[in-house]
Design a protein around this ligand. Sequence first.
Ligand SMILES: [Zn+2]
Length: 275
Amino acid sequence: MERPQREGNSRSRRGPAGRKGGPPPRQRVRVFLEGRYRKYVRDLPQTIFYCPRCKGRKGGCDFCGGFGKLTKDSIQELIARKALRAFKSRKGKFHGAGREDIDVRMLGEGRPFIFEVIDPKVLEVDLAELEREINEYAAGRIDITGLHRVERKRVAILKETPTDKIYRALVETEEPVPEEKLHSLPGTRIRIVQRTPARVAHRRADKERIRQVTIRSAEPQGERLLSVEVRAEHGTYIKEWISGDEGRTRPSLGDLLGTPGVCRELDVLEILPLT
Ligand SMILES: [Zn+2]
């Protein structure tokens, strides 16, 4: 019995000749749009937040109230709603140069991303106008800049290039930190050993990594609150570095301060340029 041929990816990858005797495969047209996004809120995931129970299947489940996902919006969807309409496409993909947690803001010059439009019926779209439309639609939540067309190969470059990041964290400490201690911190460059955080260990290999963290500034914000700016090497788990993650990250910021700390708010201030 002959298996029916499936539409889509798996077939188009076999190349233009297709299967012997079969119909010529339809090459999907794809348009790749690169830009940067800033995110101003602490309740927006980067990509569609599918329900972990039903994996977003049609009709959902009790856990997600039949919705299939856990948040109404994501950066991906805010961009897709306008971009797909402009290109008359039904499907898009979102590729980020890394991602931040749902409750972390992305400020500064923003994070590079590529939005991939699949099978557009329109190819000529005024991208400056599309960018304005997205920014108006998503005002106060995200904005995007520098939208331009790129080649497909940029996706891999974007996803694979390591980038250092600058973060600002609001840290709550168990005990007040003496001022002279705070003043001694800026410029401190430390090498940390970080095991895969407990919160992601169920889906990532549990391994140790060595990372460099540099404290740029540390300012009191209240009796037991500090604003700390750090530069961290690609792949550093910053919240876990602050708390120590129950000994899985050493030394932690709490170790340096002499009193345990937790991250109350986190912002990415800068993603150092992709080279
Ligand atoms: Zn569900």
